[in-house]
Ligand binder design. Structure first.
Ligand SMILES: Nc1ncnc2c1ncn2[C@@H]1O[C@H](COP(=O)(O)OP(=O)(O)OP(=O)(O)O)[C@@H](O)[C@H]1O
Ligand SMILES: [Mg+2]
Length: 228
């Protein structure tokens, strides 16, 4: 069973009288354990596509199944469960809490879910070690470089043991060497822990590190839609 199956998906946004056709007939299948980049220029529909995969938004027409279930049949509770339990999110702007240390930032999702401080600390330390940040756990975000902050946010995305990580332009604010390092860390986690990664980028230099490339132009997939 595919993790994500899209058939002839469209997404329109309504801006007053104007309709924006953000996605125009997407056929896309993504299996568990894949490492996929959605690559396309600004405005091509990358964020829109990721929002459908994470059930933040719904398609205008077409069929979308997540883990074999038609999203239209999911209740709001089931959709939030999908987001909270299955998916870890990594954001372009890191979205770390400035007054918390790296360790506290990574502990936070676990504590929100009711884990004890001891349990949260153990899990968070192990995720921070995986992204190579054991030495910086007590630093606040302002005392870290962009690449270090993004590694904290990857550790935070992983701390709930998601089976899927969705990252919208995770390297957008980073220099190319740091961007490559971030992609390499994600790829290592994909290979070691078999976590599915779906991320968007418009940076062509990262593409050699990607196993599967889905090229998006003007709301359509021009390459890479079928499973490989
Ligand atoms: N909430 C919205 N309301 C109206 N139009 C929107 C909305 N969100 C996106 N759009 C439009 O839909 C199209 C696709 O946008 P989307 O954000 O998915 O592109 P993107 O590939 O993520 O771009 P970027 O690389 O700049 O992040 C664009 O034309 C955009 O202006
Ligand atoms: Mg976007």
């Amino acid at each position: 069973m595919a993790l994500i199956e899209m058939k002839n998906i469209t997404k329109d946004y309504y801006l007053g009288e104007t309709i924006v056709h953000a996605l125009r007939g997407i056929d896309l299948q993504i299996d568990k354990k894949e490492f996929v980049a959605i690559w396309g220029p600004s405005g091509s529909g990358k964020t829109t596509l990721l929002n459908l995969i994470s059930a933040i938004d719904e398609p205008t027409t077409g069929e979308l199944a997540i883990a074999g279930k038609d999203v239209r049949s999911l209740t709001d509770n089931q959709k939030s469960e999908h987001r909270n339990k299955t998916i870890g999110f990594v954001f372009q702007g890191f979205n770390l809490v400035p007054v918390l240390s790296a360790l506290e930032n990574v502990m936070l999702p676990l504590q929100i879910r009711g884990a004890s401080a001891t349990e949260a600390r153990t899990q968070a330390l192990s995720r921070l070690e995986e992204v190579g940040l054991s030495d910086l756990i007590n630093n606040r975000p302002a005392k870290m470089s962009g690449g270090q902050q993004q590694r904290v946010s990857i550790a935070r995305a992983l701390v709930n043991n998601p089976s899927l990580v969705i990252a919208d332009e995770p390297t957008a604010n980073l220099d190319s060497e740091t961007a490559r390092m971030i992609i390499d860390i994600m790829r290592e986690l994909n290979e070691k822990d078999h976590i599915t990664f779906i991320f968007s980028t418009h940076d062509q230099r990262l593409l050699e590190r990607v196993k599967r490339l889905v090229r998006l132009e003007d709301g359509k997939i021009v390459n890479g839609g079928a499973t490989q």
